[in-house]
Design a protein around this ligand. Structure first.
Ligand SMILES: Cc1cc2nc3c(=O)[nH]c(=O)nc-3n(C[C@H](O)[C@H](O)[C@H](O)COP(=O)(O)OP(=O)(O)OC[C@H]3O[C@@H](n4cnc5c(N)ncnc54)[C@H](O)[C@@H]3O)c2cc1C
Length: 452
């Protein structure tokens, strides 16, 4: 059986191979132009997707095991979410509460998954520091801001649970202390500060990673969309417009840019969803003080449809959010307006600070709300790593490294939670409808924006 043709869930403009007009692309104006796959080729390991997951897997397999690795990307390294995200390198990967994780994999399983997330953050930090990439953008830690007094009232209990389950000691900042901590805004009612994680420049990171992989002997082919995956004499054959690549082992690392039929197994198990970001012009110190929001750490609110934001080192402000269920150009323009409206509601003193760039891209949910990292059942040699639920900077990177180890016969740190095969969404053809309904429910639960 051959799986073919890149059947994707959204309208074509969402997959436009042009680079998004992002702050990161503007500040790194020379993208890779790696040549496509031409003719016949072989490898020990073929990787589909040159984002954090695919590149980390390739680097690990080539550098630590001497494997011959070829990476194929439909566009170029970092064109997917890895080159267009908010740069929050923190906890994440699953869209499950701690209680739901415990219910699924037990307390030890939950701790293992938390260790995995911590190791993921450390892995990215070590890559950046060991290779001298200019990618770190601020201090460690992240602030979770309560969007209502009711949510703030639950933070004390959450802190106790984090302590009991994971031995962590988050700091609580009461509403009255937010201003002196530079965390104030009309929509913030207290904060919980975690000590881990750090902000980074995602383009500096992904480009550094691609260069390191190339230096380790990995062949990366740009402009090489895989249009078919077929079994081939005990291995696999990948077809692109210009060539064919045969390998006994394949990793599908396409996450939110996956096709429902590459391989067909993945279709219905994943649900790409939009995240959108704006970056303002640089703010002056006086403007920051006027708003009362000066803390340089990564921050987000506790909404289901969360807002995430941080100051950039050059004074610009980055603000992002989830939402939108259409990939048309009109929908994209609507999303730009919506992000700006939410930004101004939460940071009204900066309503005069023009947006320089707004862009969006796909994150990826799974039917089980947890990532999958492993071999595809019933398809020996075919592996997949996806489903970071909007928090993949650390999780995709470390999972990539671990699957690179698994594929080269090395012990890998893969917690129970990420090894479980995600279930399919019910009536997979209605996934966008489910998302629309979920967003409507979340919006009700999250409550109005300040001033609305
Ligand atoms: C706007 C936005 C903001 C975000 N902010 C954050 C954040 O602050 N912190 C955080 O942790 N996470 C964030 N994320 C999520 C994070 O960026 C992703 O989870 C992560 O980058 C996923 O990496 P990946 O390698 O799995 O996939 P991607 O980086 O998406 O790479 C997939 C690659 O597969 C390629 N591909 C797809 N199909 C084919 C094919 N058929 N043939 C060949 N190649 C193919 C694509 O071209 C693409 O390059 C954000 C995402 C978005 C979109």
């Amino acid at each position: 059986m051959q799986d073919t043709q890149m059947r994707r869930l959204y309208e074509a403009p969402a997959y436009d191979p042009a680079w998004p007009k992002s702050h990161w692309r503007a500040s790194h104006p020379a993208p890779f132009a790696l040549p496509p796959l031409e003719g016949e080729a072989t490898a020990d390991i073929a990787v589909i997707g040159a984002g954090f997951a695919g590149l980390n897997a390739a680097l690990e397999a080539a550098r630590e095991s001497g494997a011959r690795v070829v990476v194929l990307d439909a566009v170029q390294p970092g064109w997917g979410a890895s080159g267009r995200n908010g740069g929050f390198c923190g906890y994440g990967g699953a869209k499950l509460s701690d209680a739901a994780i415990v219910a699924r994999v037990g307390r030890d399983g939950a701790r293992d998954f938390r260790d995995f997330q911590r190791a993921a953050i450390a892995h990215v930090g070590a890559l950046i520091d060991d290779n001298g990439w200019n990618a770190r953008q601020g201090p460690e830690g992240e602030a979770v801001l309560a969007q209502s007094p009711k949510v703030w009232a639950g933070f004390a209990q959450e802190a106790r649970e984090l302590q009991a389950l994971y031995g962590e000691t988050p700091e609580l900042v009461a509403p009255g202390a937010l201003a002196e901590r530079g965390l104030s805004g009309p929509g913030f009612h207290g904060a919980l500060i975690l000590n881990e994680g750090f902000p980074l420049d995602p383009m500096a990171y992904v480009e550094g990673l691609a260069r390191l992989a190339l230096a380790a002997g990995v062949r990366i082919c740009g402009e090489s969309p895989v249009t078919a995956i077929a079994p081939d004499g005990g291995g696999w054959c990948l077809t692109t417009p210009g060539g064919r690549l045969r390998a006994p082992k394949v990793l599908v690392a396409t996450n939110g840019y996956s096709s429902d039929d590459l391989p067909r197994w993945i279709g219905g198990r994943n649900l790409p969803a939009f995240s959108a970001v704006l970056v303002t012009r640089p703010l002056s110190d006086a403007e920051r003080r006027d708003q009362g929001y000066t803390d340089p750490r990564m921050a987000f609110d506790a909404r289901k449809l969360l807002h995430y934001f941080r100051h950039l080192p050059d004074g610009r402000f980055l603000f992002g959010m989830r939402g939108g269920t259409s990939g048309t150009q009109a929908a994209h323009r609507g999303m730009e307006t919506q992000v700006r409206r939410h930004f101004e509601a939460l940071f009204p003193a900066w309503a005069g600070a023009a947006t320089e760039h707004t862009w969006s891209g796909f994150v990826c949910l799974t039917g089980s709300l947890a990532p999958f990292v492993g071999e595809v059942p019933g398809a020996p040699g075919l592996h997949a790593a996806f489903g970071w639920h909007g928090s993949g900077v650390a999780a995709a990177s470390y999972s990539g490294r671990q699957i690179g180890r698994l594929m080269t016969g090395k012990p890998a740190h893969l917690p129970d939670l990420v090894r479980r095969v995600p279930r399919r969404f019910p009536i997979a053809s209605l996934r966008r409808t489910w998302l629309r309904l979920a967003y409507a429910g979340y919006a009700l639960k999250d409550g109005p924006l300040p001033g609305a």
